[in-house]
Design a protein around this ligand. Structure first.
Ligand code: PKZ
Length: 129
């Protein structure tokens, strides 16, 4: 996936719509919902990098810069920033395309560390196959 707005060096990994069921008591979208979309995107990107299953070991440097509103399209961009023996650091930028407009705002960013695991859930080398 890609689009004309893709941040330099990143890939559009996930797009989805923010729905009323995802709101908090104030009417904005839950940060936890945004984080779960980031986790899915990180897993997709990391799974593709190692051709296998990965799990999230850490979610670091998460910054919620602006609220997400009902009707916004959430665009989750990823880059594989570092590859270790069994782990990968996935840099994530989330942008909101505001409902019914062409306005796009950066809403959240983070770095997730994903670990490649074998069928027993134990770490395995990223480049094992
Ligand atoms: C039919 C079915 C179809 C299925 C189709 C599936 C489709 C796909 C869908 C995806 C769906 C979404 C999925 C989301 C992903 C989850 O949400 S996964 C759920 C949440 N995560 C977990 O439950 C993980 C729980 N933790 C663990 O199981 C273990 O800690 C782990 C991750 C296996 C690591 O085990 P360990 O023995 O502690 O590993 P260790 O050797 O010490 O360290 C491993 C690596 O982690 C690094 N590390 C250790 N601690 C840290 C730390 N605090 N910070 C950063 N790095 C660290 C180490 O440096 C090392 O890296 P390398 O130097 O090898 O590169």
């Amino acid at each position: 996936m890609s689009d004309a707005h893709t941040p330099e060096g990143m890939e559009l990994t996930l797009r989805t719509l923010a729905m009323p069921a995802d709101t908090n008591a104030a009417g904005d979208i839950f940060g936890g919902w945004v984080m779960s979309q980031m986790d899915l995107a990180a897993a997709i990107r990391a799974n593709e990098r190692c051709n296998g299953r990965t799990v999230t070991i850490a979610a670091n440097e998460i910054v919620f810069k602006q609220p997400v509103k009902v009707g916004d399209t959430l665009c989750v961009y990823t880059a594989v920033d570092q590859v270790g023996r069994t782990s990968m650091v996935i840099r994530i930028e989330v942008w909101a395309r505001r409902a019914y407009t062409a306005q796009r705002d950066p809403v959240t960013e983070a770095r997730f560390t994903m670990v490649a695991v074998d069928e027993n859930g134990k770490p395995r080398p990223v480049d094992a196959g």
